[in-house]
Design a protein around this ligand. Structure first.
Ligand SMILES: Nc1nc2c(ncn2[C@@H]2O[C@H](COP(=O)(O)OP(=O)(O)OP(=O)(O)O)[C@@H](O)[C@H]2O)c(=O)[nH]1
Ligand SMILES: *[C@@H]1O[C@H](CO)[C@@H](O)[C@H](O)[C@H]1NC(C)=O
Ligand SMILES: *[C@@H]1O[C@H](CO)[C@@H](O)[C@H](O)[C@H]1NC(C)=O
Length: 441
């Protein structure tokens, strides 16, 4: 790929469309990025044949209200689509920058246009599928243009009962389009906070099916070099819980600086180290295959207490703080543990009450500097990492935050009995516990 250079690619749209009148900054982007930036890009390790096919870029975005941990799940679906595309063509996934997440409410820190490397380890992601950050896409694709945007939606008519079939069709847009045309006929939109980004064409696809159903459209119906799938959460998993699912999930290794922060905290406040806990982590996830039940975990109970919008709706499956503390005490007794680590999004008043009810609890309470450094997203990752290393974990009913902890513990090799647990609501009659999704290698 490096040998191919950018010369073989299509001329950048900037040139096609008359850069001069746009008064944009000079397209530094049009030059090929330095070799160092491309290293680690899986495609670059391919033999540089003279007629090497051009790289095509897949971009995506998710419905704005969706949280961080559901977005992690959508990544797994899209990675599966990318694997299907790679069977026929040279595609790269452009990682959608993080930002403007509803739950990221800390004031005074800028939380948009965050690269994936703030939260995840890029070389690890790249061992699964070729990915690049959005900034690198800008640098190597020739400017802030996305040639084709498909907004995914359902079918206006819904589906008839009992007749599920996978299908995808170009259809009129059902909802008000979140893109508008500017005076140059470009489409403007959110684009992860990159205001200068424009779409050249937007259309809507009604879809009912798993991620790879889009592959034929991308391979045959469009020749655009960069294609964005918006509202990608409309795609289902190709095969939830299968080997591909777990490979992608295992590749989503948290960024090293966050793991280190979590490990230091474990060591300092929870007497927890990988040696003693038998939770050794291999930096190369492809080499990591732990026999189930071999991880011991640190001498503490890990708790995820999801509050805020989970209690505003008076859900039956979420406990009161008193109820949660009662359960925690009974678990501490049963497990003969003294320490409890609590991850929660509770508001300040609730945290104060919780501290009164459970004075011995330990939380990761960031300094201002740590908040600024890790941001709300990084602090949530650190909380998850610490919960993932506990001797025993109990989470909140149908919280994707808790689900991601289950998976992390599955990867680390914990006995499922210590993982798939949740709090019950006081009035809940049938408190069904979470499903064990067994890891597949
Ligand atoms: N630091 C920290 N943040 C949390 C915790 N629980 C929830 N949050 C924040 O709230 C968000 C919850 O949204 P999601 O990640 O989507 O997980 P969820 O619990 O399924 O919530 P919904 O998607 O709203 O149903 C997280 O991404 C965090 O930003 C916690 O224990 N610690
Ligand atoms: C893709 O192309 C095929 C063949 O031309 C056509 O039948 C189909 O309707 C197209 N699909 C979409 C979603 O545009
Ligand atoms: C925009 O994309 C749609 C769907 O692929 C296509 O039918 C249409 O011709 C495109 N319009 C332009 C102006 O390229």
């Amino acid at each position: 790929m490096a040998a191919q250079g950018s010369g073989c690619r299509l001329p950048p749209p900037l040139v096609l469309l008359g850069l001069a009148v746009l008064a944009l900054p000079p397209p530094a982007a049009a030059q090929p990025p330095p070799a160092a930036l491309r290293a680690g890009h899986a495609a670059s390790s391919l033999p540089a044949a003279a007629a090497a096919p051009r790289t095509r870029y897949l971009l995506y975005d998710v419905n704005p209200p969706e949280g961080f941990n559901l977005r992690r799940d959508v990544y797994i679906r899209i990675a599966s689509l990318l694997k299907t595309l790679l069977k026929s063509e040279n595609w790269v996934l452009v990682l959608p920058p993080w930002g403007r997440l509803y739950h990221w409410q800390s004031p005074d820190i800028l939380q948009v246009r965050l690269p994936w490397s703030d939260f995840f380890d890029l070389p690890s992601l790249n061992r699964n599928i070729p990915v690049i950050e959005y900034e690198q896409f800008l640098a190597e694709s020739g400017g802030p243009f996305i040639e084709q945007i498909y907004v995914l939606q359902g079918y206006a008519e819904g589906w008839k009962e009992g007749t599920w079939e996978e299908k995808i069709d170009e259809r009129p847009c059902i909802d008000q389009l979140m893109y508008s045309k500017d005076k140059h006929e470009y489409y403007r939109g959110w684009f992860w906070g990159y205001e200068e980004t424009r779409g050249l064409n937007v259309s809507c696809l009604s879809v009912q099916g798993s991620a790879s159903i889009v592959a034929p459209i991308l391979l045959k119906n469009t020749s655009a070099q960069s294609v964005m799938l918006d509202r990608a959460e409309n795609l289902l998993h190709d095969h939830y819980g299968g080997r591909d699912y777990w490979n992608t999930r295992r590749s989503m290794v948290f960024a090293k600086h966050l793991r280190v922060a979590g490990d230091e905290f474990r060591n300092k406040y929870l007497q927890s180290t990988d040696e003693a806990d038998r939770t050794h982590y291999n930096e190369d996830w492809t080499q990591m295959k732990v026999k189930i039940g071999t991880a011991l975990g640190g001498p503490y109970l890990g708790v995820h207490l999801r509050r805020k919008d989970f209690i505003w709706g008076h859900r039956e499956d979420v406990p009161s703080l008193q109820g949660a503390v009662k359960k925690i005490r009974s678990l501490l007794g049963m497990l003969q543990l003294q320490r409890v680590f609590v991850a929660t999004d509770a508001v300040e008043e609730e945290v104060e009450l919780l501290k009164k009810l459970l004075p011995e609890m330990v939380r990761f309470e960031p300094s201002w500097e740590e908040l600024e450094l890790y941001k709300d997203g990084g602090l949530a990752v650190i909380d998850q990492w610490i919960c993932a290393h506990a001797r025993y974990f109990i989470g909140t009913s149908v919280s994707t935050f808790s689900f991601r902890i289950h998976e992390e513990r599955e990867i680390l090799g914990f006995d499922p009995k210590t993982t798939y647990n949740r709090f019950c609501g006081e009035k809940e009659k049938n408190c069904e516990q979470p499903t064990h999704w067994k890891i597949v290698y």
